[in-house]
Ligand binder design. Structure first.
Ligand code: UD1
Length: 367
């Protein structure tokens, strides 16, 4: 019996690993364990996802919590090395681009454990994003690469990785979306928040570049307040953003604009329902660009680059310059012209995790 260990750490990891865990249940010759680094620790940022995605509790929880990038990455490495000695996996899977991804890859690879990166090859070209450094570093040392879109294949080829260990499998995040949509359709989140389908704009914002500086955050909130004169704006707030709104003295903007509705971070199913029923989404997230493309909902991404170019090329995503003028212009255009339509990218069909499990069992482990 071979032991495979998948790492989760932060919110966007959970929906990528849940379908992989399910897919391995078809293989009695392997045992699949989930290890949680504890990078995200609030119930709303972590526990809610395990429930919504029908994931078992992690076999191992490290509880590393927050810190600077160096502190957080180092803490994950130290604790993960201990976990590896205890669990002795034959194979490690890391997903995405968070600090836990690179920390565990670096540790596992140096311990000689074959390591696969799911969502490999994505590049924004913007080295100021911590996630870009995590992607480059993870891809440069892992042993197998599972890819979601053509640009990932192109980038890995450019970097000289061996073709026979790079696999175009589709998108496990979209597997979770397919899995949870029937439950999202039954969610009562719209009634609870007082929203009407297609009559509101959904906003998420948590990138340091958008929410850490009082000036940028204040301007963004002013724009949302303006938008809320036209359309209800619902904004599930990441803890980082929530803290900054309070500490920068910006709560007044929210209080004086009742149509700008701040709510707590939502679980997976409620958030999916909010996305699916929104008129459009305004975000700085990575994964939401893909989920909106899969749902056919227009998405404005407040960033100058994207590591997921397929969402702009054939999906519903549009990049927006993160300046007040850039965002105002994009919002005006979106409110006054027909919505951007798109297609679902190749292999985003809900079966990516099944392909990954099959390749790992038969080709990587040779069982
Ligand atoms: C992380 C990922 C980012 C991802 C995001 C999704 C990295 C480099 N970044 O960013 O790619 O898009 O998760 O949510 O790994 N906090 C809490 N409770 C929590 C988690 C965080 O209060 O459960 C607060 C802490 O003050 C912490 C801050 O949020 O310092 C940032 O958390 P951190 O995990 O460092 O990065 P994120 O901004 O969440």
């Amino acid at each position: 019996m071979k032991k495979i260990l998948s790492v989760v750490g932060a919110r966007p990891n959970f929906m990528k690993v849940a379908p992989i865990h399910r897919a391995f249940s078809a293989y009695p010759e392997v045992e699949h364990l989930i290890l949680h680094t504890g990078q995200h620790y609030d119930a709303a940022m972590s526990d809610a996802f395990f429930q919504d995605l029908d994931m078992p509790q992690p076999s191992y929880f490290m509880g590393v919590g927050s810190g600077s990038h160096a502190e957080q990455t180092a803490k994950v490495m130290v604790e993960f090395e201990k976990a590896m000695h205890e669990l002795k996996p034959d194979f490690v899977i890391v997903v995405g681009d968070v600090n836990s991804t690179i920390a565990c890859t670096l540790t596992a690879v140096k311990m000689g454990i074959p390591t696969a990166h799911v969502e490999a090859g994505l590049r924004s070209g913007d080295r100021a994003m911590p996630e870009e450094i995590n992607r480059i570093a993870t891809d440069s040392i892992c042993d197998y690469w599972f890819v979601t879109e053509q640009s990932g294949l192109d980038n890995l080829k450019h970097d000289g990785h061996p073709d026979d260990r790079v696999f175009f499998v589709g998108n496990t995040m979209i597997d979770s979306l397919h899995y949870a949509l029937p439950n999202a359709d039954k969610s009562d989140i719209l009634e609870r928040v007082g929203l009407t389908s297609k009559q509101y704009v959904l906003v998420t914002m948590h990138r340091p570049s958008n929410v850490d500086e009082p000036k940028q955050l204040g301007e963004l909130l002013e724009i949302l307040a303006e938008l809320s004169q036209d359309r209800t704006v619902v904004f599930p707030v990441h803890p980082r953003t929530r803290k900054n709104i309070a500490s920068h003295g910006l709560s007044g903007i929210i209080e004086s604009n009742p149509n700008l509705v701040l709510i707590d971070p939502q679980g997976y199913i409620a958030f999916l329902a909010l996305m699916k029923n929104s008129d459009f989404v305004l975000t700085d997230s990575g994964g939401i660009q893909e989920e909106t493309t899969a749902l056919g909902v227009p998405c404005l991404t407040i960033r100058t680059t994207t590591e997921r170019p397929i969402t702009c090329e054939i999906g519903t995503n549009t990049l927006v310059e993160p300046t007040t003028e850039g965002i105002r212009t994009a919002l005006k255009l979106t409110l006054n012209s027909p919505a951007k339509t798109g297609h679902v990218p190749p292999l985003w069909d809900g079966k990516a995790a099944e392909r990954i499990a099959n390749i790992i069992v038969t080709q990587c482990l040779g069982l």
